[in-house]
Structure formats: structure tokens, C-alpha cells
Design a protein around this ligand. Structure first.
Ligand code: CS2
Length: 322
């Protein structure tokens, strides 16, 4: 009996399958806003599978799609409070780390190659560090994103068409500023409230990449995708600093290597899936409208420059110069 007690007491060398050194299974709750068919969810499942397998069950990750763990901002607050553990987030983090705004500045990034160069370089590292310092979240891997487009029930080709147009934006102060400057009436709303808002006519439109337009089933309540392509950006998969730092070095290594594999998995999934989504939206009744992108850029850029603080402007200039 004594030998069992001793073995049980030392834990780590003899933890039975599925227990960490402390003998407890570490459970992470991972919330995000996309649906189960989305690239982000499939990549999150890959990450989950790798962590659970390679930790010999010492860690369990439960993924909550469709904002079923709460909206993006609420989930960030829950992680900071310790009642959730992981989230997919990006420019919304500017509410804690101002320079996260640079992840999604209208018309700052030329294309996804430009995004990748920035996120993999010193600017990306600086933003990641600030998110850790100011929001208490550790970025594990990221997804580059298709461009954001404006959806509506009347074609919108220039900012002139935005008069009286009420639209939803995510909890991103910079987005409120630029869409107001362009002539729309933007309001903040959680992503999972957008469909109902459109269905009930509370809002006339919203803006998102085609994959999230599809994920939220917006073809049922929106007729047009106006190719503003106003934001190329990236988004992080994040865990709370405290949750991550509580791991043993061995489990940190398991999480890091799972994140590296998930990064590659997500990139491959994006490359194979994103092209088909536009046609799927057309097949479900949406019409893609070419717009005067220069007019939108000219309408939004002054608002970008007046909305950003000096340090953010410095990074903005650096991004433009990459
Ligand atoms: C989504 C989010 O809610 C939305 O519109 O596109 O991913 C959005 O980009 C968040 O603000 C990211 O932090």
C-alpha cells in the first residue's frame, strides 16, 4: 500500500494515461465565431487532435464554434478571468493592445503576400508581444484571411451609395471610424447577431471575407457582395498567458509543435478551399459587384490617419513601406 502511495505521490513519472504531473487532466475551452465547416474550425480540430495525442491525454481541448462559448470580446474577457482558455481574435484586440489595430487597417496591405511578410517579420512580432503584454494572450498560430467585402441588398459601387446605409462592424474602433468617414452608419454587434440583425432589418449590411459570409449563411439575407476588398488581414489563435505558463516544459513543447503543424494545415486548407467559396455564394444567389475601390480608399484613408495614435501611425507607415 505504501509503495502505491509513494508512486501516487510523485505523480509525474507514474501519472496514469491522461493525467499531468499534478494528476489532473488539463482542460482548455476554445471558443470561436466560425461554423463547423470553416477552415478555422477544421484547423482547430487538427490542433486539438495533436495536443491530445502528443500529451498522452494529459490535455483535453473542447472547441466551441459559432460563438457558443460567447462572443469574441466576451471570450477574451473570460480567458482573462480564467473561465475560458482559447479564442480566435485579431483587430478586436486593439481594445487592449492598440497596435493590434494594425492587423486590419483598410487598404494598408496590398495582398496576402504583403500580410505574410508583415506577420512573419518584426512588425508581427511586435504586435504579438503587445497582445501578450496588454491583453494577456499568447498567439499560437495564425490564419491569413481573404479580403473583407461589403454585403448589402442594393449594389454599393461608391461611397456615395452609403448614404443612410446602416451596417454592422466587429468591436473594432478603427472600423467604426473608417465606415463613418465613408458615409455609412456603422454599429458594433457580435458576429452571431449579424444574421438576425439583417433578417429583421436592424442593419442593411456588414463586411467580412467570403468564408465568413458563407459561415454565417448570409446569402439568405444579403443579395450582393460588393468587392471593396477594403481589408487584407490575419488572425491569431490565442491562449491565456496564465493557462499557457501553467504548463510543464514538456506540455509547452507539445502545444508549440501542434501549433506549428496546425499553421501548415490551415494554410493548405485555405489554398484548397477559398477559391470555391465565391462560386458557392453565387450558386446560393449572391451577386458579386465590382466597385470603385479607389473611391473607398480615398474616403477611408484620412480616417485611418486621424484615428491612429502616433505610435500606431509609425507602424502603419512601416507596413505601407514593406
Ligand atoms: C470577424 C472577426 O466579427 C467579424 O466580423 O471577421 O474575425 C473580426 O475580424 C474580429 O474583429 C477579429 O478580431
Amino acid at each position: 500500500f505504501a509503495s502505491v502511495l509513494v508512486l501516487g505521490a510523485c505523480g509525474s513519472d507514474n501519472a496514469s494515461e491522461g493525467e499531468s504531473a499534478s494528476g489532473e487532466t488539463i482542460e482548455w475551452r476554445f471558443g470561436h465565431l466560425a461554423d463547423e465547416n470553416h477552415i478555422w474550425h477544421k484547423t482547430a480540430q487538427k490542433f486539438e487532435e495533436l495536443v491530445e495525442e502528443n500529451s498522452d491525454g494529459q490535455m483535453e481541448i473542447t472547441i466551441y464554434p459559432n460563438n457558443s462559448l460567447g462572443g469574441e470580446t466576451d471570450t477574451i474577457n473570460s480567458i482573462q478571468a480564467g473561465t475560458a482558455d482559447m479564442v480566435i481574435s485579431g483587430e478586436t484586440l486593439q481594445n487592449w493592445a492598440p497596435n493590434a489595430a494594425l492587423m486590419a487597417v483598410p487598404y494598408a496591405f496590398r495582398d496576402l503576400e504583403h500580410v505574410q511578410t508583415v506577420v512573419e517579420g518584426e512588425i508581427g512580432e511586435q504586435i504579438k508581444q503587445e497582445i501578450s503584454d496588454e491583453a494577456g494572450l499568447t498567439a499560437l498560430y495564425y490564419h491569413t484571411r481573404a479580403p473583407r467585402n461589403l454585403t448589402s441588398n442594393e449594389p454599393i459601387k461608391t461611397p456615395e451609395d452609403l448614404k443612410g446605409f446602416s451596417m454592422r462592424v466587429p468591436n473594432v474602433p478603427l472600423f467604426l471610424d473608417v465606415w463613418q468617414a465613408a458615409g455609412a452608419s456603422p454599429q458594433v454587434m457580435d458576429f452571431n447577431e449579424v444574421f438576425t440583425g439583417l433578417q429583421q432589418g436592424v442593419i442593411d449590411g456588414q463586411e467580412n471575407p467570403v468564408d465568413l459570409i458563407q459561415s454565417a449563411g448570409l446569402s439568405e439575407v444579403q443579395d450582393y457582395v460588393n468587392r471593396t476588398e477594403h481589408v487584407y488581414s490575419w488572425i491569431y489563435i490565442l491562449v491565456g498567458n496564465e493557462q499557457y505558463n501553467a504548463l510543464s516544459d514538456e506540455l509547452k513543447e507539445v502545444v508549440q509543435s501542434a501549433a506549428e503543424e496546425a499553421q501548415v494545415f490551415g494554410e493548405e486548407l485555405y489554398n484548397t478551399e477559398i477559391e470555391a467559396i465565391e462560386q458557392e455564394l453565387v450558386d446560393s444567389g449572391m451577386e458579386f459587384v465590382d466597385v470603385d475601390q479607389d473611391a473607398f480608399r480615398e474616403a477611408m484613408t484620412p480616417a485611418v490617419e486621424s484615428s491612429l495614435a502616433p505610435e500606431q501611425l509609425e507602424l502603419y507607415e512601416k507596413i505601407l513601406a514593406v
